[in-house]
Write a protein that binds this ligand. Structure first.
Ligand code: XIL
Length: 375
């Protein structure tokens, strides 16, 4: 009798699991045909040692970005050394799961070694020598993955908050047209690849104006830019949905697609003056700045879900202009926001919790698509 009852309940359990697996919509299924939904993946996920993370990525997303492995310092650490092993695995992972594969990034002022800008004696390179180095790097890296990486972040973060061009070493040595050159080389290396200008705070009025001028300039010069990446390192309040809406519409008007390329929503306290995604920001540890070390209160969890729903409503409104929405990390445990701008905090910016369980914000994102269909 006992044995029979056990058999019945085991069968019931199997059936329930099967039904709930069928009923649980994944992000990529919910948004199929609308825009790609993806995540940046880290070294452990690429190597397959974080099996939980890898399982979530394979099940939920149809586009991936490399959090670090394709940055200059990783892939090209010294003049004659290229380290392609992790990037090769990254691309193989994306191909295995039939994903839209993003390359991040080619030309940036951060995570690029000093030698790039110096000659053998440590003196600053000339414009021509730096252009040659940029050309060789782009040809080597883009060329290796030609036809396999579908979209490249060609230039990352070339603008200041006020919309002027950042005085990076690229800009100082080459001049303002380092941007045109980077796009030209990337286009020559893989004419089929989508090419993106990527930056943060593009929803802020002054920076948006500067970015629009830049994109218009590139277009006027016949540059093959296809996409603008709005990074999307957001907070509960910033940017407003109106600002998000305005920015996407303004880029679309210039004839480029918009990617939300690095989405996360920070619920931890931050000085509003420090609201950007400038990787060089460093704020001292302070327990007051880490209020949810033992768990996220329900009201904040709800506010995060609402915020995700509101942002996705804007993305859905612009579905015709959007190429993808990529989260910057898979679970809250992975997020760079645990260590930036304050080291050692417990942050909650993504759709999956530290155990890989979908959060209420996950349901809100799925639900938002259903609402958009009904409207
Ligand atoms: C971050 C990574 O997530 C960190 O692991 C790394 O230490 C620093 O860079 N804008 C970008 C991303 O374009 O490349 C940055 O990624 C986050 C801000």
């Amino acid at each position: 009798m006992l044995k029979r009852r056990f058999q019945v309940s085991a069968a019931l359990l199997t059936a329930c699991v099967a039904v709930s697996a069928q009923q649980t919509t994944t992000l990529k299924d919910a948004y199929r045909g609308i825009f790609h939904v993806g995540a940046a993946i880290n070294e452990q996920q690429i190597a397959g040692t974080d099996t939980l993370g890898t399982t979530i990525v394979a099940a939920q997303f149809d586009t991936i970005s490399p959090e670090n492995v394709l940055k200059w310092e990783r892939v090209h650490p010294s003049p004659d050394t290229y380290n392609f092993a992790p990037a090769d695995k990254y691309v193989e992972f994306g191909e295995k799961h039939h994903m839209f594969i993003v390359g991040h990034n080619l030309v940036w002022h951060s995570q690029v070694p000093n030698w790039v800008f110096q000659d053998d004696q440590g003196k600053p390179l000339t414009r021509d020598a730096l252009l040659q180095r940029m050309h060789d790097h782009i040809f080597k890296v883009v060329g290796r993955y030609k036809g396999r990486i579908q979209s490249w972040d060609v230039v990352n973060e070339a603008l200041n908050e006020d919309g002027t061009l950042r005085k990076s070493k690229w800009q100082q040595i080459i001049g303002d047209d380092f941007i045109e050159k980077a796009f030209e080389y990337a286009h020559q290396a893989d004419p089929q690849a989508e090419l993106t200008y990527n930056d943060y705070s593009l929803e802020n009025e002054a920076k948006l104006k500067g970015a629009l001028v830049l994109v218009a300039r590139l277009k006027a010069h016949g540059i093959a830019i296809t996409t603008v990446g709005i990074q999307g390192h957001d907070s509960l309040a910033h940017p407003t949905v109106e600002e998000e809406d305005t920015a996407i519409a303004a880029f679309a008007k210039l004839g480029v697609k918009v990617a939300i390329s690095e989405l996360d929503i920070d619920v931890l306290p931050r000085d509003p003056k420090l609201f950007s995604a400038d990787v060089s920001l460093k704020v001292k540890q302070d327990p007051k700045l880490n209020p949810y070390a033992n768990g996220l209160p329900d009201d904040v969890q709800q506010a995060l879900s609402k915020r995700y729903a509101d942002l996705f409503a804007v993305f859905l409104k612009h579905r015709a202009e959007m190429s993808r929405v990529t989260f910057w990390g898979v679970t809250d445990k992975d997020s760079w926001l645990n260590n930036w701008p304050v080291p050692g905090r417990t942050s909650y910016p993504l759709l999956f919790d530290r155990n890989g369980k979908p959060k209420p914000a996950f349901d809100a994102v799925i639900e938002q698509e259903k609402l958009a269909v009904k409207q």
